[in-house]
Design a protein around this ligand. Structure first.
Ligand code: SF4
Ligand code: SF4
Length: 135
């Protein structure tokens, strides 16, 4: 994927909005990757948690919002415990989700899940999904 970086993007309100919603200093991340190394959900993510942070740092809003990673995040908080900079990545993921949820853009439509799907989905994923549902 080709990515264009510009001063305009880096200074975009998106970066400030994610910082405001998450309460985290995104620019403090120095890309050590420890968050991604401990994340149990990376196999289902199209970009890694540290890359989510990097995309935000660079103001790559459109590219990030196309990703599935912040939806897949199960809010297990492992990354928060591992970050040497004290960044709460789970809160950053939640901040990105909130930007879309406030526009009523859901990823999962819980009422449409069949009983079989509800039985098969891991409970942590189901509970986590309720937190990402607006309707
Ligand atoms: S909170 Fe989300 S990003 Fe962090 S380790 Fe858990 S699943 Fe991965
Ligand atoms: S562990 Fe912290 S400093 Fe390291 S890449 Fe993840 S968010 Fe950045």
């Amino acid at each position: 994927m080709r990515i264009n970086i510009s001063q305009k993007k880096v200074r975009d309100q998106f970066v400030a909005k994610v910082e405001e919603l998450s309460g985290q200093k995104i620019l403090a991340c120095y890309q050590c990757g420890k968050c991604s190394a401990g994340c149990p959900a990376v196999s289902e993510m199209d970009i890694l948690p540290n890359q989510v942070i990097r995309y935000i740092q660079l103001g790559l809003k459109d590219e990030l919002l196309k990703s599935n990673s912040y939806w897949v995040c199960a809010s297990c908080l492992t990354c928060n415990a591992r970050c040497p900079k004290g960044i709460k990545i789970a809160e950053v993921m939640e901040g990105v989700r909130q930007i879309l949820l406030r526009k009523r853009k859901d990823r999962i439509h819980i009422p449409k899940l069949t009983d079989k799907q509800k039985e098969e989905v891991p409970q942590i994923a189901l509970i986590s999904s309720f937190r990402k549902y607006t309707s």
